[in-house]
Design a protein around this ligand. Sequence first.
Ligand code: ATP
Ligand code: MG
Length: 335
Amino acid sequence: MSKKIVLTGDRPTGPLHVGHYVGSLKKRIELQHEYKQFVMLADVQALTDNADNPQKVRDNVLEVALDYLAVGIDPKLSSIFIQSLIPEIAELTVFFLNLVSVARLERNPTVKDEIKHREFGKSIPAGFLCYPVSQSADILFVNADYVPVGYDQLPMVEQAAEIARKFNRFYGEIFKDPKPLTPKSDMHARLPGIDGLGKMSKSLGNAIYLKDSSDDLRKKVMSMYTDPDHVRVEDPGKIEGNVVFTYLDVFGDNKAYVQELKDHYQRGGLGDVKVKKYLFEVLENFLEPIRKRRLEFAQDPDQVMKMLKEGTREARNVAHETIKKVRAAMRIDYF
Ligand code: ATP
Ligand code: MG
């Protein structure tokens, strides 16, 4: 029996952060052993809100590829590819746009939220509004069974499943129903940013990056949002919405000690600085080996590009097969 197919990807809009790790990367490292996994550098999608800054997207393709290798996504087990080099995705997007209403696109809660944060004002790029359709093409061109994502991406997988069903109804059974795979808890699926305002995101300047130096990490942890009413050490503090404790829940292995800290903090008598110092240690232990591996891979960028070229070739072969079937189903296979 052939292996089930998994697709995921990231927008090369910045290096990857610890939210990516717990929300998606961790799962990918496990899944690559059991499934046929495709990992996409979504440069076309990154351009939907960075049209004026192509160099940023270009530079971050290498950055994100280095992050993949550093955390243990293995190019021998996963096909890592560049979206813009698969023109069949663009082709499928055009066909899929006919299967979705504008109202449906405007209802997408993640897109709504992102539009608010990006301050497009009245000039929302059409490509941005339509990116869930393009993302459906990403998922469907490999005919993915599973898509491991954080909560912000659930509406996208749902959109892809809707398009798959409609396509199949109109033209015949080509696509499977893709299913999301979400992390084990809400905190993992939507890690908040260090400002405590929303999800950690490359585009919001509230992220701890996998490649952050020890010093940067320390500064970020020390500036983290806690409980604004916890002014004096003696005061009882709140742990709900206090991102330092959220991170300890996600990254701290010593659950008993974390519980002790929580009890002490809520009773009063435990200062933010002490908790933050502990969190720094926890995160430093987690990030140090990743940082080290990343530096090793970064010494040979040509080798990384070669790896991407090979992964892209593998993805293109699949795209070619899919588009042949799609064209036949749509009666546009003229010659
Ligand atoms: P951008 O701000 O450019 O959109 P991003 O930080 O949201 O960047 P994406 O490339 O859009 O990152 O997301 C890649 C993957 O990581 C998706 O599967 C997404 O669900 C997951 N992810 C992103 N941010 C988080 C987060 N804070 N917590 C958990 N998972 C996340
Ligand atoms: Mg995003």
